[in-house]
Design a protein around this ligand. Structure first.
Ligand code: PEP
Length: 234
């Protein structure tokens, strides 16, 4: 079971260090995506990895403001987030760059959490439209890549406090599982009250959490809930 936390543009070097020091040793696979400025050589429990929220698909070069492989290598980082809806929609990252990033990360052998999700107007059109939309988002990447993890994150549920219903997650996960055997996460306003029912869905292999994971106490609580759950380790 995978529990990933996306800090987005939150936390400092000091608060990240304090946060990471409290992560317990568990059989769960924990992934933390803090801001670049907080990277360091932390002594993390087994199964806990730091990842990069973003990178530019180059070794190094003239790409002002960007971080390449050379910079991630310095911290031994080999786990990346690609296709997050805030990068797609707020930072206007083009689909072509997202695919380029996927191919680069695959060539590097990095673990990739690849985010897909429909906007509200597509959800309102119904399940068939959602499935078609997600299929298009997934069709240009190698769905057999062995270090691929797919995160289903409906755009309308991210940072809004609105979660997809269990039925919606279940139905959408089933469709994605027809396309890929990669571990499958759900993300979109997951919190201490909702995490258990979500991870207990048949085809759910974990969660990607934003706002509810920024404070250590609820994050530890969510780890405890999943760890004590009988679905256990995948
Ligand atoms: C996210 O950032 O991937 C996310 C799911 O955020 P939130 O949990 O705040 O909706």
């Amino acid at each position: 079971m995978i529990i990933a936390s996306n800090f987005k543009t939150n936390h400092t070097r000091i608060s990240t260090k304090e946060f990471l020091e409290k992560i317990p040793q568990t059989p769960l696979q924990i992934r933390i995506f803090p801001p670049f400025t907080t990277f360091d050589n932390y002594n993390l429990p087994k199964n806990t990895l730091l990842g990069a929220q973003n990178f530019y698909p180059v070794e190094n070069g003239a790409f002002t403001g960007e971080i390449g492989k050379e910079q991630l290598d310095e911290f031994g980082l080999n786990c990346v987030l690609i296709g997050h809806s805030e990068r797609r929609n707020v930072l206007n990252e083009a689909e072509s760059l997202i695919i380029e990033k996927f191919n680069f990360a695959k060539k590097c052998g990095w673990e990739i959490i690849y985010c897909v999700g429909e906007p509200i107007n597509i959800r309102e059109e119904g399940e068939a439209a959602v499935n078609e939309y997600l299929k298009k988002q997934l069709e240009k990447i190698d769905l057999n890549y062995e270090k691929l993890i797919i995160a289903y994150e409906p755009v309308w549920a991210i940072g809004t406090g609105l979660s997809a219903t269990l039925e919606q997650i279940k139905a959408t996960h089933s469709e994605i599982k027809k396309l890929s055997r990669a571990p499958l996460l759900y993300g979109g306003s997951v919190n201490v009250d909702t995490i258990l029912n979500i991870v207990n869905l048949n085809e759910c292999d974990g969660v990607l959490i934003g706002s509810a994971s920024w404070k250590i106490e609820p994050f530890l609580k969510m780890i405890e809930i999943v760890n004590n759950n009988e679905k256990g380790v995948i």
